[in-house]
Design a protein around this ligand. Sequence first.
Ligand code: ZN
Length: 256
Amino acid sequence: MSTELNKPSPRMMPPRINRVPPASTMPERRHAFSPDIPRRGLPQSVVFADAGVLLCVCGRQTCIVHFANHYSGRLRIADCVEDEIRRLASPSGGYTKDGRLYSTARTAQFHILDAGIGVIEPSEACDARIFDQVHRQLVELAERNGKDVAVGSHLGEAMSIALCVQRSREGNKVIFLTNDGDASLIAEAYEVPARHFGHVLTELVCAGKYQPSEAFEMFSYTQEFSGVPMGARPTEVADLACVSADAICLKCDALT
Ligand SMILES: [Zn+2]
């Protein structure tokens, strides 16, 4: 046998790749829900809720009552979010194909918006440049992730984040409630802490409004019409449990 065949040769090397993959411009994380807010919440904070979270709240009448009491005097709703809910609740809105989404939106319209739960914040209150910038970022992120971006989408999240920035500049501690992973990433870029519906439920558990098992059932029930990204969801009842035996729940402050 010729030893020539066993000699290393450039032909034995794997072909060189001449193309270098472009540096990814996409965030590697799929969400950025804040780890800095204690499990029982921040009672002194101003809380902006987006449409998805409000729809989840309306999955059960009891949750509306608990939510309204828990965030009494500090719940804010951007007018774009109000528009979104009223559009979803409109028979001409084209959403009647999804009966549960439609009926939940009608519940949100009657039992949150028309009932005066939460202060509606006008678009004029925020910095229009910030709103434009946030909205553009939300649309770009959705497009990069291959999601359909319908005309008028993401206005509610963009306005909520822009209003959070504005109220924060004015000296308020703000929290943005959203189930949208993209929106949580953009909010983080503006130093606005985002929390999802599971976090709302943990606050209600800590406040003694729900048993963890009830909260977990409630969370699971709502995920079909406003889902929290995998990886951020509570996966078992214990994830929603209050760890304190005392009434003021100080032990939960160390947890998120
Ligand atoms: Zn607790």
